[in-house]
Design a protein. Structure first.
Length: 464
């Protein structure tokens, strides 16, 4: 255990002791105060990585009945009954099915062939392909696949200086593009699913696929090329001869025709997306049911795209446990009156702000707090009850503000401390300080685009 972990352990335990010794704030029950203590304990443990994430989750869940936050463990585990958790599990099956076939390579080859005239446009093609794939495939497997693609592209550079010069914008651009593309649909990231599930749990409001996509896609369409442009300006890559790029295209070309397995994956994935969108108009269609049926089809006799062993290896059980734990803690925040106390004793009884001002506040607050709490699921769990309360005092539709939170939490790449950019950062392609020189401008632009578009997009889909 290093000093950071030891510090986190001591402080988090100190917080739990303090809530039993300090005076209870006015209007808050003793159980509510202990709930806040447990929440802070959970956050500090995650931020300092005092223990493995799964262990932190198990310990926090066990502390619920021990501290009296819930009557028993069964009550505390109610968050794991949220259907969106099974959507997350099914999404890992879709991700494994897509990435185990040459589909991604085919899409990349087409884009590189059309737009890859030089190194800069090759990087653009890789970023755009990554963004498109991550719209329906979860971010972690997507970034792993595209880091491999990026590494193979860098082998074209014989000079180590040129390779390093190109690696920096490419390996920063890959996770940035994948995180941007990952918010395009609810299926693109577990963060999106968690956001939707928490709002449904706390406020009983369902965000549909269409509502999310109308709000997100215009922002993504602008952010993807803009992120590439900013990276090319700040970190211009080295150039190589066109003939070498053509040679690279030949190495990644899939010579075989589209196989039966690929057609099966394309058909099932397209069907899932169709019914997800249709669920916005037909109330009887549940997105999680569609996800589970689609995932199951990959295993069926005559299809057999996946085996159970492959699927089990593809599932990130840490993500599943973390998301479920966040849902459980968020439920206790509401059940023990913490969010109600926040409305009546912390926020003004009424706030007169416009929808645009509300979106701006949530977007800016999300990015600022992410500097302190760089764990997106935990951030969403903390802020969702607060934002729902804020919506109640302002008269703004909570769904619009929660979509703002989800979009921003899914695009926190100021520093490579989120899981997605951390994958390329730990490979040694760039320094910690390299990323913010480019991404600080992207975060600011993201806030502006959310502020300008979401009130309009929300109006189009009945959220304002």
């Amino acid at each position: 255990m290093n000093k950071k972990q030891l510090f986190g352990m001591i402080i988090s335990v100190g917080v739990l002791i303090a809530v039993f010794l300090l005076p209870i704030p006015e209007g808050l029950t003793d159980i509510g105060f202990i709930t806040i203590g447990l929440l802070i304990f959970f956050l500090i443990m995650l931020i300092t990585e005092a223990l493995p994430v799964g262990v932190i989750c198990f310990l926090s869940l066990a502390l619920m009945p021990i501290l009296g936050v819930t009557k028993n463990l069964g009550t505390g585990l109610v968050g794991f009954s949220n259907t969106m958790l099974f959507f997350v599990l099914a999404s890992f099956g879709l991700a494994e099915a897509v990435t185990s076939t040459p589909i991604v390579q085919r899409v990349l080859h087409v884009l590189l062939e059309k737009f890859g005239k030089d190194v800069k446009t090759c990087i653009l093609a890789i970023m755009v392909t990554g963004g498109l794939v991550s719209s329906i495939v979860t971010d972690v497997p997507t970034v792993v696949v595209f880091m491999g693609i990026g590494a193979s592209f860098l082998k074209l550079f014989k000079n180590e200086v040129d390779r390093q010069k190109t690696a920096r914008p490419l390996m920063i651009g890959i996770p940035v593009a994948i995180m941007i593309g990952g918010v395009m649909t609810p299926a693109g990231s577990g963060i999106n699913i968690l956001t939707i599930g928490l709002l449904q749990n706390i406020a009983g409001i369902q965000i549909t696929f269409i509502q999310w996509m109308v709000c997100a896609i215009p922002i993504v369409v602008l952010m993807l090329p803009l992120s590439w442009f900013v990276l090319m300006k700040i970190y211009p890559p080295a150039e190589i001869d066109q003939s070498e790029i053509q040679g690279y295209l030949k190495t990644i070309a899939v010579k075989e025709k589209i196989s039966k397995t690929e057609w099966k994956v394309i058909t099932i994935a397209s069907g899932m997306l169709f019914f997800w969108i249709l669920s916005s108009f037909v109330s009887g269609i549940e997105v999680t049911v569609v996800a589970l049926v689609g995932c199951s089809l990959f295993f069926m006799p005559g299809i057999k795209v996946l085996t159970w062993d492959r699927y089990m290896k593809a599932v990130s059980w840490t993500s599943f446990i973390l998301i479920g734990t966040v849902l459980c803690i968020a439920n206790t925040i509401v059940a023990n009156g913490v969010s109600e106390w926040f409305v009546t004793h912390v926020l003004p009884t009424s706030l007169s702000i416009s929808t645009m001002e509300g979106v701006l506040f949530v977007a800016a607050m999300s990015f600022v707090i992410m500097l302190v709490v760089p764990v997106a699921p935990a951030l969403i769990g903390v802020l969702t009850p607060v934002i729902v309360s804020l919506a109640a005092t302002t008269g703004i539709n909570p769904a619009l503000l929660i979509i703002t939170l989800g979009l921003c939490a899914g695009n926190c790449y100021l520093f490579p401390i989120d899981t997605i950019p951390l994958i390329t950062y730990t490979a040694g392609y760039y320094k910690m300080t390299d990323m913010p020189k480019a991404t600080v401008w992207l975060q600011l632009v993201f806030i502006v685009l959310c502020t300008l578009w979401l009130p309009i997009g929300g109006k189009l889909v009945g959220l304002t």
